[in-house]
Write a protein that binds this ligand. Structure first.
Ligand SMILES: [Cu+2]
Length: 203
């Protein structure tokens, strides 16, 4: 993973955005297969083969599994997704999706995945910061505390929306569905915002 690609990944995750990051993103997109994105986020050092095995489950296969489970899921009465927005990026660059998941139930639950009819693939990502570097990795289980909430935001957990079905101009609304490990789902309407949208500092 060379420095240019890592810079691009940071841009994808919304930590830093600019024309330079967008240009680097193009090199990420041409560096398929997508498992390289998941690979970038792992830091196990001495186990490259374990990375590859994990990466195989992180892309389109996992996305298909989410889609079929989503179809069978019932709409939750205790899990809600609010404040959803999507950072507009020109295709074929992936766009980041940010939102707050709240759980008014008495048990902690996990977000397993997300999907949208407007995108070919939606993945859950986590950005981590270590030794002055930001990395992102695919994740399939994000804990939502009982009676609490978790914010998906730039520089932290986020959704990555890939393969847009059509152009999504700034101001348009996109429906995203979210799948949880109790077999329930939630939907949110997400507003498309400009690429340079700034977010408040973590609080
Ligand atoms: Cu990401």
């Amino acid at each position: 993973m060379n420095k240019q690609i890592i810079t691009g990944l940071i841009g994808l995750c919304g930590v830093g955005l600019g024309l330079g990051a967008q240009a680097a993103e193009q090199s990420v997109m041409s560096a398929k297969p997508p498992m390289q994105i998941a690979h970038a986020g792992h830091d196990h050092g001495a186990k490259p083969n374990a990375h590859a095995a994990h990466g195989d489950t992180s892309g389109a296969v996992a996305s298909d599994a989410v889609a079929s489970e989503m179809a069978n899921a019932t709409t939750s009465t205790t899990l809600k997704v609010s404040g959803c927005w999507i950072r507009s990026m020109p295709a074929p660059a992936p766009s980041g999706g940010y939102f707050v998941v709240s759980n008014s139930g008495s048990k902690p639950l996990h977000l397993k995945g997300a999907s949208s009819a407007d995108y070919g693939m939606v993945m859950l990502h986590q950005t981590t910061h270590k030794d002055g570097m930001s990395r992102m990795s695919a994740t399939h289980s994000v804990a939502i505390p009982a009676g609490g909430q978790l914010e998906f935001k730039p520089g932290a957990y986020h959704a990555m929306l890939e393969d847009p079905i059509k152009a999504h101009p700034v101001g348009s609304k996109i429906v995203m569905d979210f799948l949880f490990d109790n077999g329930e789902k939630a939907s949110a309407e997400c507003e498309v915002k400009p690429a340079n949208t700034r977010t408040p500092m973590p609080h």
